[in-house]
Design a protein around this ligand. Structure first.
Ligand code: HXC
Length: 518
């Protein structure tokens, strides 16, 4: 090969690596954002990135575009490793036509997604784009739809993660929306279907970009995004940590991570965390952290529907998906948001062979017209459906309350949990004592009220009800609870259960797909 040919290659590569040019790179830095290439370098293991389609350019000849071409056409695609494991990725380059999506840009993304799906490795999208390339019209829209279609094909086969690092607006939001996890950078990323200007014209509402579609909004109010980071570097660190918990595809197991935390360790803190009074709140995370390896819990969707906690952890090195009612928020009631949040998480874990460990402390479904009108029947059913459909190992620990329909929903024996444990203080019944005695003893309570002895009468009836129903022993007698355990044995029992269930195989009836109430 001639010296000259090599020089030509190097020149082209240098040009491609400059993206939209030094001035636009400077502008990107001034707005507090890293460039597409800097991001890839920080996300992947050093030196592992292999770039594809570096010299692709757009094919547009309208609006004078034939004279404005940049190698790569606004997106960097390729593969590399994260902690030694292969991933495919694309990173939109805002310095080239604002990272907008042309036909060529879309084809590059599709190509790397196809590669990820064929090879069974996760795909990570770094989004920073002004949306459809306006000069390309329908070719750009078609490009988006090609990506959406691939997102759906890849769903449940390879993990798909969307990192939002700038604008993501209009129909462009629907690719991240189909992926498994959306992470946003606080203050510099936003997502919306229609922006503030359109909203003002149509509904006369005035709202800032940040309030409409910033990270905080989507993490806490809409529930669109599961993870928020203070800056881009923290996001890349967080994404590397998330991937460590996940298998590369649905036929694979998550990597085991050896820990110094012994499988025989007793959980010494749980008894202190559980309050003496059953109406007192406590933070379920303290129990979860006492049980799992090294207290290492990656909570997702942390600020959305705080009445249920979901996230990844490990037990004896094996990844588990943890779901826990949170008594510290809304007494741990199930509501619309909590049901949808947990249902999606349960389905994710089931798709990717991640066993489910559920901590139950639920007084029931949240009452109220807002919930009923909002469709708690439909949304609550999602969680019930998700648990019932899941065939991964399902282990359940009732830490305190398991009342009413919520008892059934929260990974009960009846919807085929494999191992159901309860603490001695557990209360498993149709409803709480106060509500129950009001119905069962309406006449007696009215009589006591007339006699001025209602407090004593109620206390007696509540006690009687609690002794009869508000304990784990009725359920244990029926075999609905496999074992009532001292809380200190929680970790030991869950690890033993996981070991037993490692070979679990369960198949449902043949069908095209079920009809989850969406
Ligand atoms: C072509 C675009 C572009 C686009 C930005 N640019 N968006 N080029 N198509 N969609 C170019 C700009 O011309 C500019 O080029 C460079 O990118 C940077 O843009 P600025 O406006 O200078 O940057 P900034 O001030 O940071 O504003 C960013 C922005 C704004 C908020 C994203 O550019 C913007 O509003 N763009 C249009 C967004 C939009 O309406 N997109 C279509 C949405 S609908 P130079 O040469 O000056 O550097 C959609 C439908 C998808 O996407 C449907 C899927 C089914």
């Amino acid at each position: 090969m001639s010296q000259n040919a090599n020089e030509v290659l190097k020149d082209r590569e240098r040009l491609a690596e400059l993206g939209g040019g030094l001035a636009r790179i400077e502008k990107q830095h001034q707005s507090g954002k890293l460039t597409a290439r800097e991001r890839v370098e920080l996300l992947l293991d050093p030196g592992s990135f292999v770039e594809l389609d570096k010299f692709v350019t757009h094919r547009c000849t309208d609006f004078g575009m034939e004279s404005q071409k940049f190698y790569g056409d606004g997106v960097i695609t390729g593969y590399g490793t994260i902690n030694g494991r292969k991933v495919c990725l694309f990173s939109q380059d805002f310095t080239v036509f604002g990272g907008s999506l042309s036909g060529a840009h879309a084809s590059k993304i599709c190509k790397v997604m196809d590669l990820a799906l064929k090879t069974g490795v996760p795909v990570i999208g770094l989004n920073d784009s002004g949306g459809a390339r306006i000069q390309e019209g329908v070719e750009s829209l078609g490009g988006y739809a090609e990506i959406f279609w691939r997102n759906v094909q890849a769903s449940g086969v390879i993990p798909q993660i969307s990192l939002i690092l700038g604008p993501c607006a209009g129909g462009a939001v629907y690719s991240p929306a189909i992926t498994d996890f959306i992470a946003m950078v606080d203050g510099s990323s936003y997502m919306f279907v229609t922006g503030p200007d359109v909203i003002k014209t149509v509904t006369h509402e005035e709202v800032s970009k940040e309030d409409l579609g910033g990270a905080e909004t989507h993490a806490s109010t809409s529930g669109v995004c599961q993870l928020v980071y203070a800056d881009e570097r923290a996001m890349f660190e967080g994404t590397r940590r998330l991937l460590d918990f996940l298998p590369s595809n649905n036929l694979d197991q998550a990597p085991r991570k050896v820990s110094g935390d012994s499988a025989d360790r007793l959980c010494s803190r749980i008894s202190e965390v559980l309050p003496d009074v059953s109406t007192k709140p406590y933070d379920i995370r303290h129990i979860i952290e006492d049980v799992i390896d090294d207290g290492d819990f990656l909570e997702v969707h942390q600020t959305y529907a705080a009445n249920i906690v979901v996230g990844f952890a490990r037990l004896n090195g094996q990844t588990i998906g943890v779901i826990g009612n949170q008594p510290a928020h809304l007494a741990g009631c199930l509501d619309i948001a909590a049901s949808s949040k947990a249902a999606r998480f349960v389905r994710y874990c089931d798709a990717f062979n991640i066993p489910l460990v559920t901590f139950v402390d639920v007084p029931g479904f949240l009452p109220g017209t807002a919930q009923e009108y909002g469709g708690i029947i439909r949304h609550g059913a999602k969680l019930l459906y998700a648990y019932a459909e899941a065939t991964v190992p399902k282990l359940t620990v009732i830490t305190r309350k398991a009342y009413g329909g919520a008892y059934d929903v929260m990974s009960s024996k009846h919807i085929r949990a494999d191992l159901n444990l309860a603490y001695p203080n557990a209360e498993i019944a149709v409803m709480g004592p106060d509500g129950a005695i009001n119905i069962l003893y309406r006449k007696e309570i009215a009589e006591a009220e007339a006699a001025g002895k209602v407090l004593e009468a109620r206390a007696k009836l509540v006690n009687h009800y609690k002794e009869t129903f508000a304990n784990p022993y009725k359920a244990a007698e029926l075999g609905y609870v496999d074992e009532v355990i001292d809380p200190k044995f929680t970790r030991v029992r869950l690890i033993q259960g996981l070991e037993l269930l490692a070979g679990k195989r369960e198949a449902g009836p043949k069908r095209k797909h079920g009809n989850i109430p969406l």
